[in-house]
Every structure is written in C-alpha cells, then in structure tokens.
Design a protein around this ligand. Structure first.
Ligand code: IMP
Length: 427
C-alpha cells in the first residue's frame, strides 16, 4: 500500500511534522501538494528542533526524496533561506525536487496580501501575510508565474507585465500605493533561476514512476481540513485544498493510487486567524492549553486560539477526506484535568445538530454540547504501548475514536520523535 496522504483533520497545527517524521524512515518520497510557506511544522530530531514552512518534513530523513508538487506556491527567497538554514546544520538537501508547474509567490503577491487584509479591517481573514491567496488568485486568473517561466526571459517578462497590468491600477488608484515595476520584478525572479535549476523536475512523472515501482510515497498536507477553500469554514480559509483530493490535483497522481488517508487530530482544538470556532475557550482552561501545548504559530508567532476537542469536526474530516486512520497528537497536554469536556454535537438556535452544518450562518451560531470524560494525572510521556496509558486516558482515546469514525492508529504522547504510541502500523 504505497501511497499515503497525511493531512490535518482540524484547522491545522495538529502536529503533522511529528507524524511525517515518524514515517520518514520508511518512506521513499514525501510530497507537499498545496499551500506554501504559510504552513509551519516543528520537527524535533534528537535535541534539535527544526521549524519548516515550505519544505516537506521528509527533508530530514536521509533516505527520502522530498518533493514540492505542482499544487504548491513557492516563495524562492523563503525556500533558499530554509535550505541554507538546514545546510548550516549539516542536513543534506540535494535530493529535493520541485515541480516546474508550481507557481511562484512574487513580491507583488505578498504586497497585495498585506494591503488587502489592511483594507478589510475587522472583516480581515487573518492571513499569514505570505502572499498565498493572491498567488492562487493569479493562478486561477491565468496570470500566475510558474517556476518553468524563469527559464525563458521573454515569456517571463510578458507574464509579469500581464500580472501587473491590473494590479498596478489597483495598487495606485485604490490602495494608494506606488506602482510595481515590471523590470525590477523580472530581475529579482531571474536571480533565483540558476540556484533553483537543479531541483526543478517533472515531478508528476517521477512520482507516478515511483508508484509503479512500489515505492512508498507520502503526500503531506499543509494547514487542515477546516481551512480548505472548498470544504473549510469559507471565507476564513486558506486558498488551496488541503483535503485528500488536493493530493491528486496538487501532485498529479490519480485517486486510484491513494491507499491510505491519515488525519492528524489534536486531542483538543486550535485555530489561528479569524473565523468560527465553536469550542473556543476564553478562560483559564484555554490559557492552560495554550501554555502547556506551546500553542504559538510556527510561521507567524501568533498565539493560537484554543478549545476542547470537537467530535463533530472530526467526523466531518473523516467524511470529506475518506480517512482510513487518525493520528491523535498531544494527548499529554491534557494530563492533569479532573474531567475533560468533549464536544459531541452542536446546539444551533435551540436544535441539537450532530453533523457539521453546511450553512455558514448556522455554524456561526453553533454552541458546543459537551460530554465530560474523566481525566488522568499520571505522566504519559513514557508510554510505549496503548496498555501503558492510564485507564482514563485509554478511555478518552477510545471515546474519541468512536465519535470520530476512523481508527486511531497512532498517539502522540510528547513532542520527541520517539514519544509516539503506534497502535496499528501505517505501512
Ligand atoms: P493564508 O493561508 O495565509 O491565506 O491564511 C488564511 C487562513 O489560514 C488564516 O486564518 C491563517 O491563519 C490560516 N492558516 C494558514 N496556514 C496555516 C497553518 O499552517 N496553520 C494554521 N492556520 C493556518
């Protein structure tokens, strides 16, 4: 069963880095298929902590080929600084492959992201300000710049001209900004071409050939299910498809090739940026989850909003992704609570609702209906098997599994690489 998708089952930041890293040793290719440097993975290897934003976390596993697929948007300056940072620490990054069809986050896309957010005022999305949305907008508007365009100066110039035509009108006339010069942008982009060249490949061909040869390919989603442009809490979402189908379009691999879809599920819930979040806590429990869980964005440094586990969301993630398994993370963060609330349904305008409402208005009105599960106080970070967990922790996991609709095949009990219980093997 060689093709696995690993994705966030909530609003991102579920601890995917730990999961991909855990699998990294037995995986031949780790592929990012959407998003860009808005993602943030913290991976702990030995006593070293790595923060990755754009690169697939498989870059830290020596036997593995990391791939940036066509569905990703790439800011070359961020890519190089991430590569430099890893090289300085002795990590070999020479195997990296980048799709020539991936779109480039240009400096003007970053400008437009920031200016748009400022103009939205209190209606802002709370984006990471990395130019992600405007780059995908250019892609859909067919004025995007792709990595392959860097190797034909005349085409590149024409494309930058086309992209800036309307944008400069907007920047100068609406946003009161200075126009961006075509020549300057082209020069900056061409400056990346030589260093990028050795990495650029026909990644669709490479990955399909790898699958034919029964290699293990792991597709790593950025963000999470509820931030999906189609299936998330629109408009408070990112501009790509982190859900499982995104792996097919964003890497050029057919759905019949995907054998397993693993949802990363945090034992509680967090969210960054604006938008509805039914189980959000504004009290000392929320502060405690934030403090104990280290819930601060890897990319933006923003505090994450924290709340209890929401089984309605987990069930939804199972459905829209066709999840075959969950990887439950950060169970250790819940140690010490006498009882732990779990949201099992919503109350919306006096009605009990078991499934995620498709209507944005209803979701904004959703109030959590809680069940209270008994907590545990024992340190669980040394647990190596499910039976090492205290009975109440076992019951918590079993209850979540039953409510969420897919087996929990791994449990994170601490941030370290080996602080994971494997219940069923993923491979
Ligand atoms: P964008 O992806 O920068 O356009 O931001 C859109 C929304 O997605 C904002 O609410 C961000 O906070 C959120 N977001 C983007 N990337 C991540 C992530 O990796 N984890 C959590 N939230 C994210």
């Amino acid at each position: 069963m060689p093709a696995l998708v690993l994705l966030g089952a909530q609003w991102g930041d579920e601890g995917k880095g730990k999961a991909t890293d855990l699998l990294g040793g037995s995986v031949d290719y780790v592929v990012r298929y959407q998003g860009g440097n808005n993602a943030g993975h913290t991976v702990v290897v030995g006593d070293q902590k790595y923060a990755l934003h754009l690169l697939p976390s498989g870059i830290l596993s020596p036997g593995c080929t990391p791939v940036i697929g066509n569905g990703v948007v790439v800011d070359p300056s961020v890519l190089f600084s991430e590569l430099n940072g890893l090289n300085d620490r002795g990590v070999d990054t020479s195997k990296l492959l980048i799709s020539g069809n991936a779109h480039i986050i240009t400096p003007y896309n970053v400008t437009v992201d920031k200016v748009t957010e400022r103009f939205l005022g209190k209606r802002k999305i709370g984006t990471t300000g990395r130019g992600i949305g405007p780059t995908y907008a250019d892609k859909i508007n067919r004025v995007g710049i792709r990595i392959q365009d860097l190797y034909d100066e005349s085409i590149l110039t024409q494309k930058v001209e086309a992209a800036l035509d309307g944008k400069n009108q907007l920047l100068t006339k609406v946003f009161n900004r200075r126009a961006i010069e075509v020549g300057q942008v082209v020069e900056e982009l061409l400056g990346y071409a030589d260093r990028l060249k050795p990495y650029v490949a026909d990644t669709v061909l490479v990955l399909n050939q790898a699958l034919e040869q029964d290699k293990v390919v792991l597709f790593e989603g950025g963000q999470g299910t509820l931030l999906d442009i189609d299936h998330g809490t629109y408009p408070f979402v990112t501009s790509s498809n982190p859900t499982a189908g995104g792996a097919c379009t964003g890497a050029g691999v057919g759905p019949t090739k995907i054998s397993r879809v693993i949802g990363i599920l945090k034992a509680y819930t967090t969210r960054v940026g604006s938008g509805p979040f039914p189980t959000e806590l504004f009290d000392e429990d929320g502060d405690a989850l934030r403090r104990i869980g280290g819930e601060r964005g890897v990319t933006t440094g923003r505090d994450r909003r924290c709340g209890w586990f929401d089984a309605v969301i987990a069930r939804y993630a199972t459905r829209v992704n066709g999840l075959t398994d969950f990887f439950l993370t950060k169970l250790d963060v819940l140690t010490g609570w006498e009882q732990i609330p779990v949201c099992v349904a919503y109350e919306i305008d006096g009605r009990r609702v078991e499934e995620l409402p498709y209507s944005q208005t209803d979701f904004h009105h959703a109030k959590p209906v809680y069940e209270y599960l008994p907590g545990w106080s024992e340190d669980i970070t040394k647990a190596k098997s499910f039976s090492d967990l205290p009975k109440n922790a076992q019951d918590y996991v079993k209850a979540l599994e039953e409510m969420s609709g897919a087996p929990i095949s791994a449990i994170g009990v601490g941030p370290g690489r080996d602080e994971t219980i494997e219940v069923n093997s993923f491979l």
